[in-house]
Design a protein around this ligand. Structure first.
Ligand code: ZN
Ligand code: ZN
Length: 353
């Protein structure tokens, strides 16, 4: 098998050949046919996150993320081998599945509650464990394999992170979806997924804030009723007049400016959800927090059940796929470089042989 490996933080990805994977116990082996390229792969390749205020979070053994890394957590492929204890029904060998990547230790209280994404000893595929930038991928148990039906496999792959991140964040906004306003900050790949998903689950009034006019146009095409350039005072005034304060704001960027804009845009009792990892910080008045009765929280990917719900929603035909670009798996290095330079509109998916 061939893997595309980050041998040291900050270095380019290199191909490495090794013997085929041999599953043991309940493990299964997936021959990768699609793998989405996610913006967080850039942070994982660099080895740090910018925290804002010139501070950095450095990745390493303490956090369970260290090279050599095989990135790629939006993995989909054909089930080709199973360990002796893997419960696989007849006819499932050879079928294609989507992988739930946000796997935990399986033992702790979070994992037992089905919130493996909150595990303190994560074993996430493409983050802590080898991922989908490879011919083959090892999954610890077939319970993490999801049947995606007749969905386009490239679209289905993007549900594992970009889709799930958007869906998980939307589930945290409690409001009247018929009348209240929802604000999406940042209309990149995940923000666009959120617009389409929000429509699918009944949000009627969706506003989008982005500085890029091309991305605002894509968001309106995906169903946003209103889009605003947060740097344009006249546009912001119009946005405030129309929405009279939003019930929910989801920040898919995570810069200081986007968080400030989103928190300021809330109506009383509204909820701000932080998702993006660009790096920023903000100061909040403890008094205004109370007087405005607002909720400020975050959302990190989602659970296995969330992903199953999302796949079912997509299979019902309610979610329109994003603009997508395909590239051969062997081009992963240039794919990441293009994402880093902001040249990808929508979502980039690698195709395995
Ligand atoms: Zn991701
Ligand atoms: Zn755990």
């Amino acid at each position: 098998m061939r893997s595309y490996v980050v041998k040291q933080f900050g270095q380019e990805i290199e191909p490495v050949d090794a013997p085929d994977l041999q599953p043991s116990g309940t493990e299964v082996v997936i021959k990768v046919t699609r793998c989405g390229v996610c913006h967080s792969d850039i942070h994982l390749q660099d080895g740090f996150y910018e925290l804002g205020g010139d501070k950095r979070l450095t990745l390493g053994p303490r956090g369970g993320i260290f090279p050599p890394l095989v990135l790629g957590h939006e993995v989909l492929g054909r089930l080709v081998a199973k360990g002796p204890d893997a419960p696989i029904a007849d006819g499932e060998l050879g079928k294609q599945f989507l992988i739930f990547p946000w796997i935990g230790c399986g033992q702790c209280d979070s994992c037992k509650r089905g919130e493996e994404q909150n595990c303190n000893k994560p074993a996430a595929i493409g983050v802590n464990k080898p991922g989908g930038y490879a011919d083959q991928c090892l999954v610890p148990h077939p319970k993490y394999l999801i049947d995606f039906g007749n969905l386009d496999p490239a679209f289905a792959a993007t549900l594992a992170c970009s889709g799930l991140t958007a869906y998980g964040a939307l589930k945290k906004i409690q409001c009247d979806r018929e009348h209240d306003w929802l604000l999406i900050l940042g209309a990149g790949g995940v923000g666009l997924s959120a617009v389409s998903l929000a429509k699918a689950i009944g949000f009627k009034n969706i506003a989008v804030a982005d500085i890029d006019p091309a991305k605002r146009a894509l968001a309106e095409g995906a169903g946003a009723a209103l889009s605003v350039d947060p740097r344009d005072p006249a546009a912001v005034a119009g946005f405030q007049k129309t929405t009279k304060g939003v019930a929910g704001a989801i920040d898919f960027v995570g810069a200081s400016s986007t968080a400030d804009f989103g928190i300021a845009a809330l109506r009383r009792g509204g909820t701000f959800v932080g998702v993006g990892l660009m790096g920023g910080e903000t100061v909040i008045s403890t008094v205004l927090l109370v007087l405005r009765n607002i909720c400020i929280r975050a959302s990190y990917v989602g659970s296995l059940e969330d992903l199953k719900e999302l796949v079912a929603l997509a299979r019902s035909g309610k979610v329109s796929p994003l603009p997508m670009e395909l590239a051969p798996m062997a081009d992963v290095k240039s794919a990441l470089a293009r994402l880093r330079q902001g040249q990808v509109k929508g979502r980039l998916v690698l195709v395995g042989e």
